[in-house]
Design a protein around this ligand. Structure first.
Ligand code: LLP
Length: 380
């Protein structure tokens, strides 16, 4: 059932700003869409915790039988707190110390990034997938493209022959915010062929499904058509590791307008900045802005944060109806790589997180205090 529309005014009144607000309904709905794409296949969804690690959201996913793709001991702990199974450990820089921690705490599957890394796992029985670099151009932002030969991830598909008998399956992830089906089709076809050639029956397809930040996104009907064609020749178990696709559109960054500064350029100054959401500053990423109480004409403006850095922007050159000081605005599609990439830059405490479910708003992470922020300092 669709829950009530989120009342951002109520959230701000109860919990203040800046605050991340997540719509539980959308998370469930997006999981349903992924399921539809793979209907008929033996597959498991592993949510990529790097997109969002809030254990309450993760619990909601665990309740829908979603497992976890984790890259650090911190993410492993969050996945366990939420009760997610199975857990896959991914990454190209695993350490012996982390290995001990993971073995102690328990996990189910490994993605191995290099032939060199295989040695590290000789003494364990955890099923191992080898990450393959398919040499496919995902046509996305260069910082989040991973599937070309010159990228640091995975083993050249040509090298597979040397190690095929030491592994249980293959893994591929070509990049993030991918909006066309073709690069997936190219990568998946190569991997299906390799699985058949080497008698492997587990295939992890990675994540990367692009969402609608600004009109361009992955067409899941086309994905369905492509997967049913490509995997009809695959006999085994599929894994899929979406992050952004599940929580991205479910999350909003709620901010307060501090003032509207008019001059040669108009600036909407908010209490949320690049410390809360770094994607616009780091990748020039587009997030739609919703002005909740427009009070003036639509003009071209920048939406900026309060930090001492020119790059501290949430949006640039947008046509927006001007708000007044003290009113609220919302940054959309902020549920993935929002809070998880937030920092204490300018000594700003981390924002609060709230879930909006059938019963209304519930605080799921307290706003960090200044005291919390310095709690691990040794000294004055
Ligand atoms: N699997 C692997 C091996 C990955 O490296 C990633 C993301 C995922 C799955 C999940 O990808 P997703 O479905 O969320 O696209 N900070 C960047 C995104 C970096 C993604 C890194 N790897 C951003 O804000 O756009």
């Amino acid at each position: 059932m669709r829950n009530m529309k989120i009342d951002f005014g109520l959230v701000a009144k109860l919990f203040g700003t800046p605050t991340y607000v997540y719509d539980a309904f959308t998370i469930r709905e997006r999981i349903g869409v992924v399921r539809k794409v793979f209907k008929g296949f033996d597959f498991t969804i592993l949510f990529a915790l790097k997109a969002n690690n809030n254990p309450v959201l993760l619990r909601l996913m665990a309740d829908m039988d979603v497992g976890a793709d984790v890259v650090s001991p911190g993410e492993l702990v969050a996945s366990h707190r939420a009760g997610m199974r199975p857990v896959l450990w991914n990454g190209n820089g695993k350490t012996e110390e982390q290995k001990c921690f993971f073995l102690e705490q328990g996990f189910d599957l490994l993605s191995i990034d290099s032939i060199e890394e295989l040695e590290m796992w000789q003494d364990t029985a955890i099923p191992r997938l080898l990450r393959v670099n398919p040499n496919v151009d995902a046509r996305t932002h260069p910082h989040i493209s991973t599937g070309l030969k010159h990228h640091k991830f995975g083993v050249d598909i040509e090298e597979l022959e040397k190690v095929a008998e030491k592994i249980d399956g293959l893994h591929v992830h070509i990049g993030s915010q991918v909006t066309s089906v073709e690069p997936y089709e190219a990568a998946y076809s190569r991997l299906v062929r390799a699985c058949r050639e080497f008698g492997l029956h587990t295939l992890d397809l990675g994540g990367g499904w692009g969402i609608d930040y600004n009109g361009e996104y992955l067409d899941t009907d086309k994905m369905r058509e492509m997967t049913s064609r490509v995997f009809s020749r695959f006999d085994g178990k599929l894994l899929i590791e979406p992050g952004r696709f599940i929580t991205g559109p479910a999350g909003f960054l709620l901010a307060k307008v501090l003032r509207v500064k008019k001059g040669e350029k108009t600036f909407i100054v908010t209490d949320a900045g690049m410390n809360d959401l770094i994607r616009p500053a780091l990748y020039n990423a587009h997030h739609r802005i919703r002005i909740l109480e427009p009070a003036g004409p639509a003009v071209s403006c920048d939406v900026v944060g309060p930090l001492c850095e020119t790059g501290d922007k949430l949006a640039a050159d947008r046509i927006l109806e001007l708000p007044t000081a003290g009113s609220l605005l919302v940054v959309e599609d902020a549920g993935a790589y929002g809070f998880s990439m937030a920092s204490n830059y300018n000594s700003m405490p981390l924002p609060a997180e709230v879930i909006w479910d059938d019963s209304g708003p519930v605080l799921i992470r307290k706003r960090q205090t200044i005291e919390d922020m310095y709690s691990n300092v040794i000294g004055p």
